[in-house]
Design a protein around this ligand. Structure first.
Ligand code: CA
Length: 572
């Protein structure tokens, strides 16, 4: 039988599909993508770790208990706007153009919203957006302006006026509560239930400066927060010329700190005026030892952060309860992640941006009981560019060729890694020495090792800090305390990983053409021979002088950026 003679039969598949959708029987899953801001995996109790017992996250953990947990999910650039752009487009930042915090994804390019919309999904974007342009490719949006505020948050909505001018304010509310209320309201009143939904639900919390709702003020009040060993003592074998400087001379100036190590920016300067209740009433850092100061700052930091996390966990309980009561919970693919990780005192660092584990790793927990077995643990290296193709694939939709990421649906459904799956995650942080004094770097992360190359210059090749390489064995040394790059026993591994890094750059298309002057520096120090090391030591000395002069001049924001001062950077 051929369609030639039975033309009506040719229409049959369409009719069935249309009928199915019209009748509200669309069997495709809803997709709920939940992303917090700066919530590290080691701040989720399902991942274990030193904070799991004192600050459990039972609601988030539920997704892993009843679904899958990814041990090796990584962002490709550990900072807010770029990571969001990767998730939305399925592309690396050198492709989607969102290299740093000035990154944007314009209407017409918000691929996930476009693809789900085309397929008949009802799409919504609620909470922190941080990609500048209007989220116009979503059917509905209610998003914070830029970073937004923790209290009395204001949201940009669609309206008569120009993008950004139509706003609604949630007076007296905390942002985590308000974002959940907006989502609940959308699900109850706005969602067209004839269609499955694709909903991006993004919290501002626990981004710095960690302002929790007042009801959490007593949480962890009398608890001494467990400390990472590297907060106090960095192994002498840790780091490189890039992170320590020549003869350790740059230790104060690379990476912002908990205690007083970094004189330009640290939590002893930043937290006492913001959160006086976390410090003794007559607090004066000059009257305490370095150790006492660091412990006070670290505890204030972690408590505020974990209180914000608790607000997220409690609010997700409200959201999941609604899905359960409305019969949607098991029809919904639920994904929880953070836009990247966060250093919670490890190596005496704060913030993200680093390729070190705590910052590069993303929490990733996914529940969809119709095809994911409860308690699935996945150790494949997956990147944030893989999230978009996976969501489309799980919904049975085609993955557009513009997406560079791969779907990990097979891992979710079988718990096994396909034989052709990538073996290394790519990483590149471009914002050299901005905000938190992190040198620009590039690298790969395999299941067992990490190779980091601090090429350490601006887009235009300027404001150099010393370039260097670091290699960590994540099986024997999960906290990255011993740099093995110069260990003769690892010379062959260094050679093969460098080759893999070069090949990965080709695979993802980061070929140096975007910023040729930075690429010249990347190439110059690639082999890192004796001459390169000598030059790096000179750069270290030169930078130290420069930094001391900047500090003496009282400048707080001091990096140059394409000819501008750091004050010209968009909000973090
Ligand atoms: Ca972030």
């Amino acid at each position: 039988m051929s369609y030639k003679f039975f033309p009506l039969l040719a229409l049959l598949p369409c009719l069935i599909l249309a009928d199915d959708q019209d009748a509200g029987h669309d069997s495709r899953p809803n997709v709920l993508f939940i992303m917090s801001d700066d919530h590290a995996a080691h701040g989720v109790s399902a991942y274990g770790g030193r904070l799991a017992e004192i600050a459990p996250t039972p609601t988030i953990d539920r997704l892993a208990n009843e679904g899958a947990l990814f041990k090796n999910a990584f962002c490709t650039n550990a900072i807010c706007s770029p990571s969001r752009a990767c998730v939305l487009t399925g592309q690396y930042n050198h492709t989607n153009g969102a290299f740093d915090l000035s990154g944007r994804v314009s209407p017409g390019k918000q691929t996930l919203a476009i693809e789900f919309g085309k397929a008949g999904y009802h799409t919504a974007m609620i909470g922190k957006w941080h990609l500048k342009d209007e989220p116009a490719d979503f059917h509905f949006y209610s998003v914070l302006a830029g970073q937004g505020t923790y209290f009395d948050p204001q949201f940009r909505i669609r309206g008569e006026k120009k993008w950004g001018k139509n706003t609604i304010k949630y007076e007296g509310q905390h942002s985590t509560d308000a974002i959940t209320d907006i989502t609940l309201n959308w699900l109850k009143k706005e969602w067209d239930q004839e269609k499955p939904f694709f909903l991006m639900h993004h919290y501002k919390a626990p981004h710095d400066y960690f302002e929790n709702a007042p009801r959490y003020e007593d949480f962890l009040k009398d608890v001494a927060i467990p400390e990472p060993a590297t907060l106090w003592k960095r192994d002498e074998r840790w780091g490189s010329l890039a992170t320590r400087g020549h003869r350790d001379e740059l230790i104060p100036h690379i990476g912002t700190s908990n205690g007083a190590r970094n004189p330009r920016r640290n939590y002893l300067i930043d937290l006492p005026p913001r959160f006086p209740a976390e410090f003794p009433s007559d607090f004066n850092p000059d009257k305490h030892s370095d150790e006492e100061n660091t412990r006070l700052a670290y505890n204030a930091y972690l408590k505020k952060f974990l209180r914000c996390v608790r607000g997220i966990d409690d609010n997700l309980a409200r959201l999941f309860k609604h899905l359960e009561e409305s019969g949607q919970l098991d029809n919904t693919l639920i994904i929880y992640t953070g836009d990247q990780g966060f250093m919670l005192g490890e190596h005496d660092f704060q913030d993200k941006r680093w390729m070190y584990e705590e910052s590069q790793r993303m929490p990733l927990l996914i529940r969809y009981p119709k095809s994911i077995k409860a308690g699935t643990i996945i150790d494949s290296c997956v990147e944030n560019v893989d999230f978009a193709p996976t969501m489309l694939d799980m919904a049975g939709l085609k993955i557009p060729s513009s997406m560079q990421g791969q779907s990990f649906k097979e891992q979710l459904e079988t718990g096994k890694e396909p034989s052709d799956w990538k073996q290394a995650a790519y990483y590149r942080y471009w914002m050299h020495m901005a905000h938190h004094d992190n040198p620009a770097h590039i690298g790969i992360r395999t299941k067992t090792h990490k190779l980091i190359y601090f090429y350490a210059c601006n887009y235009d090749g300027g404001y150099q800090t010393p370039p260097a390489w670091e290699l960590y064995d994540l099986v024997k040394d999960p906290h990255e305390t011993v740099n093995l790059y110069d260990d003769p026993a690892h010379a062959a591994l260094v050679t093969s990983l460098k080759k893999e890094l070069a090949e990965t750059r080709k695979r993802v298309g980061d070929d140096g053409s975007h910023y040729p002057k930075a690429e010249q520096v990347v190439q110059e120090f690639w082999d890192y021979d004796a001459k390169d090391r000598e030059k790096a030591a000179k750069i270290s000395k030169h930078f130290l002088k420069r930094r001391k002069a900047e500090l003496a001049a009282g400048k707080r924001h001091i990096n140059t950026y394409e000819g501008q001062t750091n004050d010209g950077f968009p909000q973090e």
